[in-house]
Design a protein around this ligand. Sequence first.
Ligand code: HEC
Ligand code: HEC
Length: 315
Amino acid sequence: MKKIIRIVKWTGLSLLLIICAICIAVPLRQHLKFDAPYPDIHASKDSAVIARGRHLVISAAHCVDCHGNGNQDSMMKLGKDVPLSGGYAFELPLGNVYAKNITPDIETGIGKRTDPELARVLRYGVHANGDAVFNFMPFQHTSDEDLRAIISYLRSTAPVKNQVPDHQLNALGQSIRAFMVKPVGPTEPVPVSVKPDTTAAYGKYLVFSVANCRGCHTQRQLSGEYTGPLLAGGNPMGEKELELAPPNLTTDSSSRIFGWSKEKFIGRFREGKKIEFSHMPWESYNRMTNDELTAIYNYLQTVPAAKIVTPAKGK
Ligand code: HEC
Ligand code: HEC
């Protein structure tokens, strides 16, 4: 009996110590500093480069969808450029994470950042101050040329003063940040340049490294790691009754796009968003050219047939 009491006492004490250690460690680990190389990428003033950057920002790379001012779709329909002044709050189980102001404003935007610092955020997931970036952006393998075009466009936009709040993380969010959030960088060599054309190779580049189709349409763990078969359907997103799962886009007979002709596929993008609360950035994608959508279609036709075995739970 005494022995049991002693064991209970010691396990209790050890647990208490572990909890204390976590309570002390979590606040100390909120701003861990990480290192990553600065890509040798510099903005250009060439109008063709800026135009390429603008096109990526408002279409395939859909920066405007997250960093816009909330009115992006109606503004774009009126032919106006959207200020990338940020402020949108992603309300997640870990708290609120805000999309930053990426206009050239000196105090509240990216005016003080150097080009290599911006390129490092996008490629290596490390902020200028060394903090890890929450993994929202899939640009680790975006080519040097396209990153340069994107940064050139950002530099060409008008500065907008808009102080975006710091992320507000709850206890869970702070623990995740302390122990799990690490910068996500490239896992293979990054191309210097990828020629835009209608080939499946270019389509794959868009699906993986620019438009993030893979990121939503493939099952993943909370940490971002891919667990399901490539493009066989993603984790359900959205609140309870508004939950939607990104469907299967492989060549499997259960795929949403099984048997779709190229015309039907492109036509679906031209129709835009049909389900009001869908998280897919349909309006940005609708600004992709027919050639870009053809490349994506051609790539999807080469994806091995697969289906999800165990559907993932929503958040
Ligand atoms: C799915 C939403 C999403 C998309 C798409 C997106 N971003 Fe972001 N971006 C964020 C969030 C959220 C943060 C803040 C992350 C953090 O602080 O950890 C961020 C941070 C940044 C930062 C860091 C700003 C700073 O002050 O350090 C830059 C630069 C940036 N994004 C540029 C871009 C560009 C350029 C694109 C398109 C090529 C883009 N983003 C697309 C959500 C997005
Ligand atoms: C932010 C997550 C997200 C991204 C990124 C995304 N999708 Fe989706 N997709 C969804 C969701 C959720 C649905 C289901 C709701 C809907 O149809 O809008 C969907 C539906 C679809 C559909 C079926 C539409 C229909 O009418 O049945 C197709 C096709 C599709 N996505 C293709 C793509 C392609 C191609 C890309 C990349 C260019 C992409 N998606 C990127 C989340 C995403």
